[in-house]
Ligand binder design. Structure first.
Ligand SMILES: O=C(O)CCC(=O)C(=O)O
Ligand SMILES: [Fe+2]
Length: 354
């Protein structure tokens, strides 16, 4: 009897998960990444204790007050325990966040023929499709995504930016401006929360710091117990600003997976490995993953904020002392290094510890 051959990851990745979901295919082969024996506790979004921090208290024009001090303390505590927080008071109206989520949804709702105008080769990163094939044995994600360079503007590849929906380009350009403004507030607030000079992180990120956008589309899956929408990882950026329209993101803390709530007004700010390095390990880069649902689809929009290419970054000098010695080496182009480890299902942060 001929053996049943499982298509290779490359073959599978040339087809979109959304197509498989529409035709009612069960996940198979390399998509099976979840183990039914994994009984790590999952905490539902209704009980989510992910801290909420009001960035409005840290706006540049606001004079320092007791309220600001308390808020900075809250920020530091959130980042050193959870490695993330739900940001409110960021100044982006909910109606505009809805618009960004909506153009993302409308893009994925279009026929394959339209979306494929922005398709990338399997091995590339930028464009519409799936991430490049991981190392053998690593699961594939039950999701499709479109990944686009946003800042510096001269890195934008507009040929890969959807022309439909027609408002996609304008909406994403405006969202990029808003996120750029928010990264200034967050980077300064984080520095102040550690009693450092407020521009120190911005200086490390550099003048040509990067913003990259990733719209993730999670199709429903008949067997959510067998797949991950996005397998467990930490991000290789400095930090990531994320929003979504349904629960599905889970953050690992103290051995439990906490599901982030829907919170349509909030931006979820997740520390990534390079902020863990710059903060000398005070801030945590949390492991997170996305799970799927048997009925519901989901959109998430992640913007990765990353130090400029070729720039050395490392722990802030002001955080190094005899009691708190340097914990990480100086690194350069860490995000690239991180991808290699991600493809093997490993964390790269351990490789840069002193
Ligand atoms: O969909 C999500 O909520 C998670 C996305 C994510 O972790 C990523 O794009 O790196
Ligand atoms: Fe992530």
């Amino acid at each position: 009897m001929a053996a049943v051959s499982i298509p290779s990851a490359e073959v599978l990745l040339s087809k979109r998960v959304q197509e498989m979901a529409v035709t009612g295919e069960d996940p198979s082969g390399p998509y099976i990444g979840r183990n039914e024996h994994d009984d790590t506790e999952e905490v539902s979004p209704e009980n989510s204790p992910i801290p909420v921090v009001d960035l409005g208290c840290s706006l540049p024009q606001k004079p320092s007050s007791k309220e600001t001090e308390e808020n900075l303390e809250k920020l530091k505590s959130a980042l050193s325990t959870w490695g993330c927080f739900q940001a409110i008071g960021h100044g982006i109206p909910r109606s505009f966040l809805d618009e960004v989520r909506q153009v993302g949804r409308e893009f994925f709702q279009q026929p394959m023929e339209e979306k494929n105008k922005y398709a990338k080769p399997v091995t590339e990163f930028e464009g519409y499709g799936a991430d490049p094939a991981p190392e053998e044995g690593e699961p594939l994600n039950w999701s499709d995504r479109i990944f686009l360079e946003l800042v510096p503007e001269d890195r934008r590849n507009y040929r890969l930016w959807p022309q439909n929906p027609t408002s996609f380009k304008k909406t994403l350009e405006k969202y990029t401006e808003e996120i750029k403004r928010v990264t200034q507030i967050i980077s300064k607030s984080m520095a102040k929360s550690l009693h450092l000079e407020e521009n120190c992180f911005l200086k490390q990120f550099g003048e040509r710091a990067r913003l990259q956008g990733r719209f993730n589309y999670y199709s429903p899956c008949k067997r959510p117990d067998l797949v991950f929408g996005l397998k467990a990882h930490s991000d290789g950026s400095g930090y990531t600003i994320l929003m979504h329209d349904e629960p599905g993101l889970q953050i690992l803390k103290d051995g439990k997976w906490y599901t982030a709530p829907k919170n349509p007004d909030a931006l979820l700010v997740l520390m990534a490995d390079q902020m863990e390095i710059m903060s000398n390990g005070i801030f945590r880069s949390p492991v997170h993953r996305a799970v799927t649902d048997s009925e519901r689809d989901r959109i998430s929009v992640a913007v990765f904020y990353t130090p400029e290419d070729g720039k050395e970054i490392g722990p802030e000098e002001g955080l190094i002392s005899e009691e708190t010695p340097r914990a990480y080496k100086t690194v350069k182009d860490y995000a690239m290094f991180h991808i290699g480890y991600y493809q093997k299902g490993m964390r790269s942060i351990h490789a840069v510890k002193v």
